[in-house]
Design a protein around this ligand. Sequence first.
Ligand code: NDP
Ligand code: MG
Length: 395
Amino acid sequence: MSRPQQITVLGATGSIGLSTLDVIARHPDRYQVFGLSGYSRLAQLLALCIQHTPQVAVVPDERSARQLQADLRAAGLNTEVLVGEQGLCDIASAPAVDAVMAAIVGAAGLRPTLSAVNAGKKILLANKEALVMTGALFMQAVRRSGSVLLPIDSEHNAIFQCLPQDFARGLSQVGVRRILLTASGGPFRETPLADLAHVTPDQACAHPNWSMGRKISVDSASMMNKGLELIEACWLFDAKPAQVEVVIHPQSVIHSLVDYIDGSVLAQLGNPDMRTPIANALAWPERINSGVAPLDLFSVARLDFQRPDEQRFPCLRLAREAAAAGDSAPAMLNAANEVAVAAFLDGRIRYPHIAQLIEDVLNNEPVVPVNELEAVFAADARARELADQWLSRQG
Ligand code: NDP
Ligand code: MG
């Protein structure tokens, strides 16, 4: 039998990281953990190192590195500890690594993910923000290095499963009319609009179907998550924004669909548990047990669909506009959203301010071409600066 694949999990202490390690632990014959990273939950990272014995662990600063190193030695482990973004890039691109789970949240995941891409690794992409920010540059890097890019986002993983393997020839070439991206509608799907000014971060994070990190939970409530996913889908599947339709499906059982010109619509269904797309991407093109319970259609009983209301979900409109504008617009949208969501989670602004802040930032800065990474970072920095100014004006 072939040797186990060596896996690096960037963002191991997060929701996707933990689900990934759960799947990996079910298949010690197939996968071994090479590198793990954590950021603030370092006790959790230590426990994961003890459980999975990686060769390398990465923490954000020297002080945490000394602490973790001492704790690892005390536990009898000789795991090497690296620091910061360079450490993340190192465990993403190390020659021994076969596949990298990119599960750091937000723009912080961009450089490490690109480092894995440039090293030609198999990329399991959860960190959608990295692709949204850099779009064409990211896809060029994938093509140049020969990296295999597999989507972890449940919708994109579903679409990937419903497309033929040669979809890269072009969606119209393989008979696709459009992609139907499903969305649960989040916790505020039916909240009276007037009440949205008073919803709390905990209410926003109480997703009806999925258990996720706090940033993506707020994005799901505002449907910015679906907006980012629309942009993500355009890059992954070489689709035009108009070829991607968002459908609210409150049960989150259909994870997305592909509509073909002959009238066939293929869907991927399953329980809402990220271990399914994770296992799918880890083992692709094979199938492995993920630990997810079989889908019981009798208890699901019904599947509902609605058109999204852009008055309720202005972030979806803002993302569509940024997708159409292209160039620096998606990176600015993403950066402004990261600042706005952090401010909402900190109790500095109210929920409706998230969309207002993003719209004001996008309206006050021209869209510029982004032909190189530095231009993306400049657009990201400029949007954060404008967003911070917006927050200061709010007081
Ligand atoms: P979590 O917040 O649960 O985890 C985020 C991970 O990133 C943690 O390991 C965290 O470390 C680490 N991290 C946070 N900030 C930094 C930083 N500045 N530098 C380095 N590492 C950092 O998020 P999720 O797991 O929910 O989401 C991760 C990514 O996957 C996101 O891009 C999200 O959009 C995407 N995704 C998530 C889904 C889900 O079901 N959760 C579904 C589809 C996509 P620590 O915890 O130690 O602070
Ligand atoms: Mg998703």
